[in-house]
Design a protein around this ligand. Structure first.
Ligand code: ZN
Length: 499
């Protein structure tokens, strides 16, 4: 380890421990209660699952599998998403994991029944997913789950929205070129009221125990410099809609200067990816633009503030309607690769409006994602560095040790120590203000030449998260992708771990 985590007791903790012992001396049973290890089944053991699984296999069959193999006690059911990776069907695979069916014509939307009274403040109302007719996954699954003592958390995923839905255009971001994007604008009332409407509907209409929102988007600066772990192609950044412009003006940001700055940044990025080296080098040119146009950063911050406001809106909405419902957020994998994302999407801030964070620490497919991130940065601001050196630099930034080389990353994946470190970091940052449920990867589809999920790999990652002190784990990203033996790998770790 490069930086040792402090495991020992501080003086204050020692004094506190001493008083616990003194109290326990008077009440021996209390000491016994504190020192008897508890089974990991007492922690939150969740899984992400879509409506399709219950239709394909039957509700009780799915619940039997998840309880018996995975020791699962909480279902994170995809309730609203247009993203096929989460909404249910397998994508881009010709092989099923031994259960379920393929859904090549997936559309997505609400997999529950939207109740009109919650959508009076948004133009977007017709959100029911057409994929499974009238099937309402929450209405059907919640009673069966409750009979077994399972908790249910609807999962609202992404603000990537389907433009074909009536009036959806009114809620979407406008990109730099003035075209409508497919992402929701977080200053736009039609988007904000859609999300809070869904939240209020779920809390009011269903007997849910929790709710999770996730969004895998970031601001214009990070997008233009390619700070992303996915395949990247320079596209027009967002958002430059009237709501964003108004919010900018209210903050004293010069809109025209921001537009001019982004025009130059886009030009820099285009030339960098084409290998046209500025005389002063890529990084110097980039830094010069930030200094000349602080409005570039201001617009990035504006976007991020809007993003955080969505999280706060969801939290406040839930607590106003049904305070006992646990509210949490899925944190995009980028947070563990990009120092830029990590700085903006900081956990202390999230913890102000969350009961839990699902920190994505997928370590098997994560190898390919990390190498892609390094390659992307290596095509823009770090183009002057050998890519292997960019990886080393980034490992220092992120406090990772023992990482494979760039060449090996996709085949080897990330070590389970990465899961441990990321969980520790999250716990240290939130300081008990919210719980941490690391996302444990099971079978995110990847090229056959790359690292694949194994039962041992799931077991190791689960154990690493629990050892670090996580209050639970969340098997991800979609039950429909998971090989059953790999779910058993997670269940084995849960059964064996005591805390
Ligand atoms: Zn906007």
């Amino acid at each position: 380890m490069k930086t040792e985590m402090k495991e020992g007791l501080s003086r204050r903790q020692f004094v506190q421990a001493g008083s616990v012992l003194a109290a326990a001396a008077m009440a021996p049973n209390a000491l016994l209660a504190r020192t008897t290890p508890k089974p990991a089944q007492d922690k939150m053991v969740g899984v992400q699952v879509g409506a399709n699984a219950f239709i394909d296999e039957g509700i009780n069959q799915v619940l039997d599998t998840l309880q018996q193999r995975g020791q699962v006690n909480t279902l994170f059911i995809s309730a609203f998403t247009f993203t096929n990776t989460i909404g249910g069907p397998l994508f881009g695979k010709d092989k099923l994991p031994g259960h379920g069916k393929l859904y090549p014509n997936y559309t997505g939307g609400a997999f529950f029944t939207p109740h009109p009274q919650f959508y009076t403040s948004t133009a977007v109302k017709d959100i029911k997913a057409p994929d499974h007719g009238d099937f309402d996954v929450l209405e059907k699954v919640i009673p069966e789950a409750k009979k077994r003592g399972l908790k249910v958390y609807p999962f609202i995923y992404g603000h990537s929205l389907r433009r074909a839905i009536p009036y959806m255009d009114k809620a979407l971001e406008i990109n730099f070129d003035g075209k409508i994007s497919n992402t929701g604008c977080e200053y736009n009332p039609d988007f904000k009221n859609l999300i809070t409407g869904i939240t209020r509907d779920l809390c009011t209409s269903y007997d849910i125990d929790g709710l999770m929102w996730g969004s895998e988007f970031q601001g214009p600066l990070n997008n233009v410099i390619a700070a992303t772990p996915g395949e990247w192609k320079l596209s027009s950044p967002t958002c430059f809609c009237p709501f964003h412009r108004k919010a900018a003006e209210e903050r004293g940001i010069n809109v025209n200067r921001a537009i001019e700055g982004y025009r130059k940044l886009i030009d820099f990025s285009q030339k960098a990816t084409a290998g046209q080296r500025p005389i002063n080098g890529y990084f110097v040119e980039f830094w010069g633009l930030l200094v000349d146009y602080p409005e570039i950063i201001a617009w990035e911050k504006l976007w991020t503030e809007g993003h955080h406001s969505t999280y706060a809106d969801i939290y406040k909405t839930v607590k106003a309607v049904k305070p006992k419902v646990e509210v949490g957020f899925h944190i995009w994998h980028t947070n563990t690769f990009s120092p830029f994302a990590r700085a903006e999407q900081n956990f202390e801030r999230f913890a102000q409006n969350a009961d839990f964070l699902k920190t994505v620490s997928y370590n098997m497919a994560g190898g390919k994602r990390y190498s892609t991130y390094i390659g992307n940065l290596g095509s823009t601001i770090f183009r002057d560095l050998p890519r292997e050196e960019t990886l080393k630099l980034n490992n220092y930034f992120m406090n990772y040790d023992g990482m494979p080389s760039l060449r090996e990353l996709p085949q080897v994946g990330l070590p389970s120590d990465y899961v441990y470190r990321e969980t520790k970091r999250a716990l240290s940052l939130v300081q008990g203000k919210c719980k941490i449920y690391p996302g444990i990867e099971i079978n995110i589809p990847s090229n056959a030449a790359y690292k694949q999920t194994t039962p041992q790999g799931v077991s190791d990652a689960t154990t690493a998260a629990l050892k670090a002190g996580a209050q639970g784990v969340l098997f991800s990203r979609n039950y429909s992708e998971m090989y059953l033996d790999n779910i058993s790998g997670g269940g084995k770790a849960i059964k064996e771990f005591k805390f």
